[in-house]
Design a protein around this ligand. Structure first.
Ligand SMILES: Nc1ncnc2c1ncn2[C@@H]1O[C@H](COP(=O)(O)OP(=O)(O)OP(=O)(O)O)[C@@H](O)[C@H]1O
Length: 414
């Protein structure tokens, strides 16, 4: 049993807290080593009879998929003011056609806006379309239809040359840093700039600045084998930042790290967002990542965003799937439930000055129940509590009705 201090939930310091982690299973794939050292990587796809249907994309600016060679032409027509989203996906479809004419709708009308300077989490189960989304965002793949706008530029309408420029505005961080083993940390950070033809004087300055920013100013001469997993990831982040991106796209950036290193890498991501004013997208299956670092979140399911919004709003919508996964109900071992008792799942929310937990606890006491387990989280200015309440099995309906009348969300655990 662990304890939380009192807060807006109005809990006495000795109230039980047990935080659980819910995982959305997701497998990530390998990225080619050399390609991953560039801001964009080639993904190794599973072998199989896959055939991509490439369609012409029609946009208002480029009828029938005409390509625009000068990015500024697009900028003029799609002015990116501060109020505009930094990233905007509009009705994006990605259809793969397998041999035999079978179609896989990897993205199925996905629309999403990400505000400038925000950290946006995208979660979804395996096969939901996360990798396809990453590839469409970075233009490694072209959507079958729809628009992908980054900084107001429609990536689906640019010529190869303009697209190369636009892609440099997106830095990528992967699950594994994928550093080049034969190069030092500094050389790894410099690599994308070398490819982009940045003069060596500027390169050296930028590398020093980036290594300093990620807390590795004194490790520039170290080779990857001499660095810890967290340090390698820091080098990967420095490399992603070296080409001065506006967007940092992080694909499972902490999935291979232990909890403490995860925390420090997320702090770093937050810090670089604050320092450089970046917009960050984090693809993750770890709800702790969403809780710790995201301002907003989207749930991707079967190629569509089915839930999402500001983290605080999402979590306060206690019945939503995202809310239940970000702040899950606590487990209650069968042995902890006495014969003749039933478990109720109860959710409460509170804001500063509006405590809710004490009222609930006295209601539970009146009902002859008890708190078997509880989880409390503070997100922004809101607090949410998930409690497993035991009540006499004969009193379940009365207990549910009493709580619901008091505006408390409660249901019997099946
Ligand atoms: N090149 C391809 N050809 C055919 N189908 C594909 C291709 N790439 C992805 N798919 C299919 O598109 C759907 C979404 O796949 P995607 O890899 O984007 O999911 P994901 O959310 O990244 O999954 P995971 O977390 O397991 O990596 C799946 O049904 C997948 O089989």
């Amino acid at each position: 049993m662990t304890f939380v201090p009192s807060g807006p939930l109005g809990l006495p310091p000795a109230t039980r807290l047990r935080t659980l982690t819910v995982t959305i299973q997701s497998s990530r794939e390998t990225w080619l080593d050399d390609a991953a050292a560039t801001p964009f990587a080639v993904r190794v796809l599973p072998p199989g009879p896959m055939e991509e249907r490439v369609s012409q994309t029609r946009t208002p600016e480029s009828p029938e998929g005409a390509q625009i060679d000068d990015a500024s032409q697009v900028e003029d027509s799609q002015d990116s003011s501060p109020e505009e989203p930094m990233i905007s996906l509009r009705d994006v479809h990605k259809i793969y056609r397998l041999r035999g004419g079978i179609e896989v709708r990897a993205l199925d009308g996905l629309s999403l806006d990400v505000a400038p300077g925000s950290i946006h989490g995208i979660v979804g189960t395996s096969g939901a379309g996360k990798s396809t989304l990453v590839r469409c965002l970075t233009s490694l793949e072209r959507p079958t239809s729809g628009h992908v706008l980054v900084e107001g530029k429609d990536m689906t309408a640019l010529s190869p040359r303009a697209l190369r420029e636009a892609r440099r505005r997106i830095g990528m961080v992967f699950q594994h840093a994928n550093l080049l083993d034969q190069r030092t940390a500094a050389q790894n950070v410099a690599y994308p700039m070398t490819l982009a033809g940045v003069p060596s004087g500027n390169r050296h300055q930028t590398v020093a600045r980036m290594l300093d920013l990620v807390g590795l100013a004194d490790r520039g001469d170290s080779y990857p084998a001499q660095l810890s997993g967290g340090q390698k990831q820091r080098v990967g982040i420095a490399r992603a930042l070296a080409d001065d991106p506006a967007v940092l796209l992080c694909d499972e950036p902490t999935s291979a790290l232990d909890p403490e290193t995860t925390r420090s890498i997320l702090d770093l991501i937050k810090n670089v967002r604050d320092t450089l004013g970046l917009t960050v997208i984090i693809i993750t299956h770890e709800m702790s990542v969403v809780r710790q670092v995201c301002d907003s979140v989207s749930l991707l399911q079967a190629g569509r965003i089915v839930e999402g919004g500001r983290l605080e709003d999402v979590v306060l919508d206690v019945g939503s799937r995202l809310s239940r996964e970000i702040v899950p109900f606590p487990e209650v071992p069968e042995a902890a439930v006495a014969h003749g008792e039933a478990v109720l799942d109860v959710s409460i929310t509170a804001h500063p000055g509006q405590p809710a937990a004490v009222a609930l606890l006295s209601m539970v006491a009146e009902l002859g129940g008890d708190v078997a387990a509880g989880v409390f989280e503070t997100i922004g200015t809101a607090q949410i509590g998930r409690l497993a309440i035991t009540v006499p099995a004969d009193d379940v309906e009365r207990a549910l009705s009493t709580m619901r009348t008091a505006g408390i969300t409660a249901e019997a655990r099946s």
